[in-house]
Write a protein that binds this ligand. Structure first.
Ligand SMILES: Nc1nc2c(c(=O)[nH]1)N[C@H]1C(S)=C(S)[C@@H](COP(=O)(O)O)O[C@H]1N2
Ligand SMILES: [Mo]
Length: 254
């Protein structure tokens, strides 16, 4: 996986945070760089670079309650066979907690009650699946950024990996995003959908919403959030279940 773009925290360190102009002039400089131009040869990188130039911080469209789909299909894993998961499900996840670890100064175990105690974000967005369906739903949960700040990312952290409780076709589902998406205001760990706690089929007790990307990036049944420097050592090394299968691209910006 090529790392083309300065992460948000690298920008913060460079004192250039929030300055769109600086971002662009940074990109101009990168374009003069031969390796950077060569890396852009893949369509995925080009897509990613285009979105960055247009503004990766831009918000996904939000809708009104009236726009919400009467039916929101569940896709991929709809159930988790794992015995530990099933026990938590039976207990309404009262003993469950989310692990936050990897390249952090302070690893965390966050019970659901604590996740609900953070400042909550509710957003009505459209979910787009590559298989050709979309649905508009309402999602509630804490933003990922403040959780990562609480755990204190180490400077080497470049990606956030989401480990899930399910096996899909016998293999663990997982996903990953970079720090631009991790700190995007609409990136939340949702515990509620359409005003109710998540159903098992939609990823109970906690699932990622990363609204600027396609459906398969929105990891359901998240058990662990791991900060890493590189995706190389994680499962097949391509940053996600479908990515490792060669089916879909790592960066699925919409
Ligand atoms: N853990 C896990 N997350 C997953 C999947 C999965 O199979 N397992 N499927 C993905 C796909 S392809 C889509 S479209 C959405 C579907 O979310 P939904 O079931 O709430 O519609 O979850 C994504 N996240
Ligand atoms: Mo999907």
């Amino acid at each position: 996986m090529s790392r083309l773009i300065l992460s948000r925290r690298h920008l913060i360190r460079a004192g250039a945070v929030g300055a769109g102009g600086l971002l662009l002039s940074g990109c101009d400089k990168l374009f003069e760089n031969r390796t950077f131009r060569e890396t852009l040869e893949s369509a995925e990188d080009l897509h990613q670079a285009t979105q960055r130039t247009l503004g990766r911080d831009a918000l996904a469209r939000e809708f009104s309650r009236a726009d919400m789909s009467p039916m929101f299909r569940a896709n991929g894993s709809r159930e988790v066979a794992d015995a530990v998961y099933q026990r938590h499900l039976q207990q309404d996840f009262a003993q469950w907690s989310l692990r936050v670890d990897g390249l952090v100064e302070r690893p965390l175990d966050l019970p659901l009650s604590m996740l609900k105690g953070f400042r909550q974000r509710t957003q009505i967005t459209r979910h787009d699946c590559v298989e050709g369906w979309s649905a508009i739903g309402q999602w509630t949960g804490p933003q990922l950024g403040p959780l990562l700040d609480l755990a204190r990312l180490k400077p080497e952290a470049n990606y956030i990996v989401f480990h899930c409780a399910d096996l899909y076709n016998g293999r663990p589902y997982y996903e990953s995003i970079d720090l631009v998406d991790a700190f995007h205001p609409q990136t939340i760990l949702a515990w509620a959908m359409n005003g109710k706690p998540l159903e098992q089929a939609h990823g109970a007790p906690l699932r990622l919403r990363v609204e600027r990307q396609l459906g398969y990036k929105h990891a359901k049944f998240v058990t662990r959030v791991e900060a890493v420097a590189s995706l190389d050592g994680i499962y097949g090394g391509k940053g996600g279940y479908w990515e490792d299968n060669g089916a879909y691209a790592w960066y699925a910006g919409i």
